[in-house]
Design a protein around this ligand. Structure first.
Ligand SMILES: *[C@@H]1O[C@H](CO)[C@@H](O)[C@H](O)[C@H]1NC(C)=O
Length: 386
């Protein structure tokens, strides 16, 4: 083959081998690996070393990296409860990898060790999937110890002991800041797709991801994953935009806690919550939440009753007037939300949300019309779409 032909092949293969777009909302300004030359690791060891060192890097994930079995397995005992045996349910449940079993019975179980211990990412990294090829199988990532400024884009996280609660978390944010989680997919995770706490997650934008809860092992006993997102860090500021959250049964997301002096501001905009056999928002105190331009379709419980009584501060734009009332605080109207074939959505227009939002005006991302959401989100969210 001629050099020119080779060169054009190479260009074609690397055309999207870098971060696409720029972070917006709370994670605006996140640069990740910045100008670091994109490079694909050639072994699992090299991948781990590049992810964990303190060199700014653009790390290309151009294949499936399979961690299953790399750290051995453990045969131990798990707790079996009614969410494991699932009497009357439509799927198998999940057994619990834990030390206590007060409300269940012990059973023997075997899990993969790699999924239970995430890789601690260094600062200043862009971790980017190439085309639709970027898969991290059997391993999660964690940002902690003050490491920050990381972009995670176009990666499919999957197969973290999906049979077991505490089987592994895909993405953990605790004691970090400036994180952009964009165009990823999460499936078959034992525990949380994304978890923050107890330390600050900082400024985080979670955009255009697919949270796919379809599973044979469901603590909701209905073939839908229960533990979707637990966001309870001490100082967390989220832009949650353009995500497709589907076929889950709980914590989509759970936010807020009274166990710390947490402060959680959440701007949920233009997301598509679909086919949720359980609840999406379950929110505790110390949380200020602006929900606009989202669609819930086939969702049993868009917002739990406990949320409404928890002290969580909520503005969910129940009508166009409430939408217009945003302008004085954030310089733009808010978009109404839309519910189809879903449970009750109590109207809430707590003024403190807009007061708080005014402080973060520059971080409040613009919205698109709610009518376009299902179509746009399904076309755009997840891996292989950029
Ligand atoms: C990350 O980048 C920032 C800004 O360039 C720099 O100040 C910091 O030292 C870097 N951190 C590491 C661990 O390289």
């Amino acid at each position: 083959m001629k050099i020119a032909a080779l060169a054009s092949l190479f260009l074609a293969a690397t055309a999207h081998a870098q971060v696409q777009g720029t972070p917006f909302g709370f994670a605006a300004g996140t640069t990740g690996g910045g100008a670091a030359k994109p490079a694909a690791p050639s072994s699992l060891q090299e991948l781990v070393s590049w992810l964990t060192d303190d060199v700014p890097r653009t790390i290309l994930i151009d294949r499936e990296w399979n961690f299953v079995g790399t750290e051995g397995t453990t045969t131990g005992k798990c707790c079996s409860t009614k969410t494991t045996t699932c009497e009357g349910g439509t799927s198998k449940g999940q057994a619990w990898i834990q030390d206590k079993c007060d409300d269940g019975t012990w059973i023997t179980c075997k899990w993969d060790n790699a999924a239970r211990k995430a890789i601690d990412i260094g600062s200043n990294k862009s971790i980017v999937g190439v085309g639709d090829k970027g898969v991290l199988k059997g391993k999660g990532l964690r940002l902690t110890n003050g490491n920050k400024n990381v972009i995670i884009q176009n990666i499919h996280f999957t197969q973290l002991n999906p049979e077991y609660v505490w089987g592994g978390d895909a993405l953990t944010l605790t004691d970090t800041d400036q994180v952009w989680v964009d165009h990823n997919k999460f499936s078959l995770i034992g525990r949380q797709h994304i978890v923050s706490g107890w330390k600050p997650a900082g400024h985080v934008t979670i955009s255009n991801n697919e949270f796919d809860g379809r599973t044979q092992w469901s603590a909701g006993c209905n073939g839908k994953h229960y533990w979707t997102m637990l966001l309870i860090g001490e100082k967390d500021y989220y832009t949650f935009a353009g995500n497709w959250v589907h076929d889950v049964s709980g914590r989509a997301p759970h936010m807020g806690t009274t166990k710390t002096n947490s402060e959680n501001f959440f701007h949920g905009v233009n997301n598509y919550f679909q086919n949720i056999g359980g609840h999406s928002f379950d929110v505790d105190a110390n949380t200020w939440m602006l929900l606009e331009g989202n669609v819930w379709e086939g969702v049993d419980t868009p917002i739990t009753d406990t949320t409404l009584k928890s002290g969580a501060v909520i503005y969910n734009v129940p009508n166009t007037k409430a939408g217009r009332d945003c302008a004085g605080s954030i310089g733009q109207d808010c978009e109404i939300n839309q519910l189809t074939k879903s449970g009750a959505f109590a109207p809430r227009t707590d003024a403190d949300v807009l007061k708080k939002a005014a402080l973060y005006k520059a971080s409040i991302a613009p919205h698109t019309p709610v009518a376009d959401i299902p179509k746009n989100v399904m076309a755009n969210a997840g891996v292989g779409k950029i």
